[in-house]
Design a protein around this ligand. Structure first.
Ligand code: C2E
Ligand code: CA
Ligand code: CA
Ligand code: CA
Length: 277
């Protein structure tokens, strides 16, 4: 038994070091990928449920890995966040998103807002304001066409510093949306204290509408709350026409999801900007 125990410990430490080594190598790969410009953005339209027009697009990062092919954010964002690489990666995403949106905005009909996801570490980083300013300046994008999506976890640590960062950026005309709303401890106080202009209802609440009465009640309650706080609402993960109709009737302004379009490349999204849903 003693021998077995020792083997188990050995196997365990071997496994640990293997996974630590894999992580280390993956992190190195991520750093190189930034240098080699292997990250690309897909865009998903956000539809104004009243007019059927595209009111904005969300930028979603993908890694064009030279061997493994296109990797979704779930494969690398957590490690980038854990290692701090997210700060540099996020900067690259911001620059690309602003450049794209500027390019579209040259055509008046394509002047749509671009929404960029910002991770907690990136948002809490001291350089974040300069990064946003630099991306706007370099691209020449009108700041009012940029929206930053953050989640509740970005704010929870320190509401005061979040307020300072948001104030500086909203003063420039940049907007903020609260992402995945409803999924963490919703400190409703934070909605009142911080200058958000939009709230994105998490897909998990939309998924079972309009059949599930409880989910319909939750969505309706969030819409009422948003209305009284003067926040616009985007419903995430709209997959069916029934969901779209329910949301429109309930007074939700914007919808985003596979029912309209999956995230697509820059050329495809440009064509969608002319479409009326
Ligand atoms: P998110 O910000 O909540 O983005 C929405 C995710 O839901 C996207 O997944 C999108 O493809 C997916 N989605 C959209 N409509 C539907 C639908 O109708 N049904 C279903 N089942 N899914 C839908 P994606 O692109 O894999 O991104 C996953 C997450 O990765 C994002 O969640 C966001 O948290 C993070 N992420 C993506 N891009 C970035 C980035 O540039 N920076 C940071 N920090 N995080 C990012
Ligand atoms: Ca988002
Ligand atoms: Ca604005
Ligand atoms: Ca979301």
């Amino acid at each position: 038994a003693k021998e077995n125990g020792r083997d188990a410990v050995q196997a365990f430490s071997q496994e640990l070091s293997d996974s630590a080594r894999r992580k280390f190598l993956r992190a190195e790969e991520l750093r190189t990928a930034i240098q080699n410009d292997e990250f690309v953005l897909d865009f998903q339209p956000q539809i104004n449920l009243t007019t059927g027009l595209v009111s904005g697009v969300e930028a979603l990062v993908r890694w064009k890995h030279p061997v493994e092919g296109i990797l979704p954010p779930s494969e690398f964002i957590p490690l980038a966040e854990e290692t701090g690489i997210i700060i540099e990666l996020g900067e690259a995403v911001l620059r690309k998103a602003c450049q794209q949106a500027k390019k579209w905005s040259m055509n008046a009909r394509h002047r749509v807002r671009v929404s960029v996801n910002m991770s907690p570490k990136q948002f809490q980083n001291a350089g974040v304001i300069d990064h946003v300013k630099a991306a706007l300046k370099e691209s020449g994008l009108d700041p009012s066409l940029l929206e930053i999506e953050i989640t509740e976890s970005s704010i929870m640590r320190d509401i005061g510093s979040a307020a300072g960062i948001m104030k500086e950026l909203t003063d420039m005309g940049v907007d903020f949306a609260i992402d995945d709303f409803g999924t963490s401890y919703s400190c409703l106080n934070m909605l009142k204290k911080l200058p958000f202009s939009r709230l994105k209802i998490d897909r998990s609440f939309i998924m079972n509408t309009p059949d599930d009465e409880q989910d319909c009640a939750i969505v309706t309650a969030i819409l009422n709350l948003a209305r009284s706080l003067k926040l616009q609402v985007v419903a995430e993960g709209v997959e069916t026409i029934e969901q779209a109709q329910f949301l429109h009737l309930a007074g939700c302004e914007h919808g985003q999801g596979y029912f309209y379009s999956r995230p697509v490349g820059d050329l495809t999204i440009e064509a969608l900007l002319d479409k009326q849903y």
